[in-house]
Design a protein. Structure first.
Length: 18
């Protein structure tokens, strides 16, 4: 549930990874 365009987003939700 992170809005950070980092690898952290890919850990929880690989949808905001950009």
């Amino acid at each position: 549930d992170h809005n950070f365009p980092l690898d952290l987003a890919a850990v929880e939700v690989p949808s905001t990874n950009g």
